[in-house]
Design a protein around this ligand. Sequence first.
Ligand SMILES: Nc1ncnc2c1ncn2[C@@H]1O[C@H](COP(=O)(O)OP(=O)(O)OP(=O)(O)O)[C@@H](O)[C@H]1O
Length: 247
Amino acid sequence: MSAAVETARAAAPPAIEARGLCAGYGGREVLSDVSLTLGAGEILCLIGHNGAGKSTLLRVLFGLHRPAAGTIRVFGETLPRHVPAALGAAGVALVPEGRGVFPDLTVEEIFGLALWSAGVRASEREERVEEVLGVLPRIREFRNRRAGTLSGGQQQMVSIARALLTRPRALLLDEPSIGLAPKLFQDLIRPIAALRESRGMAILLVEQNVREAFAVSDRVLVMKSGTFIFEGAPAELSDHARLMELF
Ligand SMILES: Nc1ncnc2c1ncn2[C@@H]1O[C@H](COP(=O)(O)OP(=O)(O)OP(=O)(O)O)[C@@H](O)[C@H]1O
């Protein structure tokens, strides 16, 4: 991280500050007293085995699932209602697992819909699209195609681009590498990670592809059965044996 970004980060409130989160489904606890801080402009990687509770945590943070206990502050504020629309307005975007692009719409139409639902003025929409195409230029090649005809990697690009159109200050990414070859994931994640330098955007990255995810992350959290069992720098887990020990 550059010195300028570090200084800006130190002065700003954390993008997300969660304390004592408990959450589950139908009486079964999945998150047990989880606390997490995503610093402004920080890239935090969250890893853990299947079913550990990573997606549930992202859903709780984004207001899609109500926690049984705990508090969440967003850029230093407690939102009056912790719901997705309020999170979006506060500058937080979620890219859920599985892409979720509308298969019958063209990329252009998907972008138009995202900008319209985010309330971006018509006169500003083209500028926003150009800005995102500057980050992920390969989308230009297929912007007029229907999303259902695109490859997995292209759909993932569209899904992330759609989130970036709202100019988020914090991006929650749920396993963007699923179904992608490592090189494709690298091409996708590196320009997104660079937005932390250029715009101070914070990223909470849930990933299984640890090699690429660690390469762009400042800090790593390992989750097991709904609690964090490790927090530290990616380098501390570069030893494969240490990583395996935690799983
Ligand atoms: N909507 C739901 N209803 C009931 N149980 C759920 C629901 N969503 C998740 N679970 C359960 O909660 C636990 C945690 O799931 P979650 O998806 O949060 O884990 P994860 O760490 O993201 O796993 P993965 O890496 O497989 O996505 C799992 O046992 C899962 O079966």
